[in-house]
Write a protein that binds this ligand. Structure first.
Ligand code: 3PG
Length: 309
């Protein structure tokens, strides 16, 4: 039976990814509606009201929007983090929510190194910098992105440690990564801490003053995960107290200007969240999302479902 699919991307996919998604849905005989670079929630509400499935990126699917989606059976987040989707609201309506784990992870990991190099080379100003070789990188959460970060760090000749209570230590050891027993130990012993936590209630503001104050002299914290996992007030406080620390992020704090004005080259934020904004990552995540939708309708495949009902 034919289906109507919405691709709602406030931050559009690369052109090749859009073409590939359309191809998957055309072959399945589905109708596709593209809503790109939209500027108001009402546009999304209007577009989602009669579709059977939706693909989103960081686009917010709030309870209100989900309520207006009268025919929706499946929502796929083309990416890893699904903190932008109200899972309870979706589950109440028996809407399957999926993500596409691993598909854009290399892009995010590469950007983490782009940020580290920017800080290490003092914003490419020509001022004396430092090298990554021989430094210790602490990977905070060892999921798909963390794994890619470890791979790249090896090439840079870094010592790699990681903390993740949900991952078997053997997985890290097999990758040549030294697991540490506590998050405190990670922050104490790293020259670079790279954050790869998902945003859930337990991780929100979990990177706080207590943890940040343990950082080694001259350390840099790199956040390509979510702004909300770092307590911004505490971050400001520690950067004020310790002029040896650096912070860079693909997910800027809400008061980014204050950080930039106060700390200059000790902080850096990308113009907009762009970790996964590569042609390759868009192709991978977009095609995976489209195929997961086809597979769901054709075979009832719920492999990547993240909600329960
Ligand atoms: C993710 O969770 O997959 C990344 O944060 C990418 O988000 P984006 O699709 O908004 O770029």
């Amino acid at each position: 039976m034919s289906k109507k699919i919405l691709v709602a991307t406030e931050k559009p996919f690369a052109k090749s990814a859009v073409e590939a998604i359309l191809k998957v849905f055309n072959e399945a005989n589905y109708e596709t509606v593209l809503l790109e670079s939209y500027t108001s929630v009402d546009q999304l509400k209007e577009a989602i009201k009669d579709v059977d499935a939706v693909i989103v990126r960081s686009d917010k699917l709030t309870a209100d929007i989900i309520e207006s989606a009268k025919n929706l059976k499946i929502a796929v987040r083309a990416g890893a983090g699904y903190d932008n989707i109200d899972l309870d609201a979706a589950s109440k309506k028996r809407i399957v929510v999926m993500n596409t784990p691993g598909q854009n992870s290399n892009a995010v990991a590469e950007l983490a190194f782009g940020l580290m190099l920017y800080i290490a080379r003092r914003g490419y100003t020509g001022k004396d910098g430092t090298e990554l070789r021989g430094k210790t990188i602490g990977i905070h959460a060892y999921g798909y992105v963390g794994k890619y970060v470890a791979k790249i760090a090896k090439g840079f000749g870094m010592k790699i440690i990681a903390f993740d209570p949900f991952i078997d230590k053997k997985v890290m050891l097999d990758d040549g990564v030294e697991p540490v027993d506590s998050v405190e130990s990670l922050y104490k012993n790293s020259d670079y801490v790279s954050i790869h936590l998902p945003l859930v209630s337990q991780t929100e503001k979990s990177i706080n003053y207590k943890l940040l104050s343990l950082l080694k002299r001259g350390a840099t914290v790199v956040n390509t995960a979510r702004a909300e996992v770092v307590d911004e007030v505490d971050l400001m406080k520690i950067l004020e107290e310790r002029s040896d620390l650096y912070y860079c992020a693909d997910v800027a704090p809400t008061n980014r200007k204050e950080f930039e004005d106060k700390f200059g080259l000790r902080v850096f934020f990308t113009a907009k969240k762009m970790g996964a904004q590569t042609v390759e990552a868009n192709n991978n995540a977009g095609i995976a999302a489209a195929k997961q939708i086809v597979n769901f309708f054709a075979n009832n495949d719920t492999t990547f479902q993240v909600n329960k009902f």
